[in-house]
Design a protein around this ligand. Structure first.
Ligand SMILES: [Cu+2]
Length: 120
């Protein structure tokens, strides 16, 4: 009988120490921080750098020599974009250095946001 009580008390002690470890901050904290960071990066508009090469106002198109566009998985190149709002073309001229955001809208690569960062 005495031996059985001795074994039981050892089991109870080790069970409570495991519970104490599992309840520690180290287990619960990291996932919450990781979630907060992921939300922050996905909401900010990704801006790419570029230079205006050609403007076709009637067609609503603009040719841009652009740097890497991360959200479109595109390397640097010169290409034609549609422009979401043709009025944006009034703010631009050939040779302008720009920061812009582009997106794939109905299968057409479209400039959604543009700001001049430096003129020629
Ligand atoms: Cu491109």
């Amino acid at each position: 009988m005495k031996n059985i009580y001795g074994v039981l008390s050892v089991v109870i002690l080790s069970a409570s120490s495991v519970a104490a470890l599992a309840g520690g901050d180290a287990v619960t904290k990291p996932p919450t921080e990781a979630t907060a960071v992921a939300e922050k990066t996905s909401t900010s508009a990704p801006m790419a750098e570029g230079e205006i090469k050609k403007i076709d106002k009637e067609a609503g198109k603009v040719t841009i020599k652009h740097g890497e566009i991360k959200n479109l998985d595109m390397p640097p190149m010169t290409m034609v974009f549609r422009i979401k709002d043709a009025a944006l073309l009034d703010t631009l001229k050939v040779g302008d250095k720009i920061n812009f955001a582009a997106d794939n809208i109905n299968g057409k690569l479209t400039v959604t946001q543009v700001e001049v960062s430096g003129a020629k």
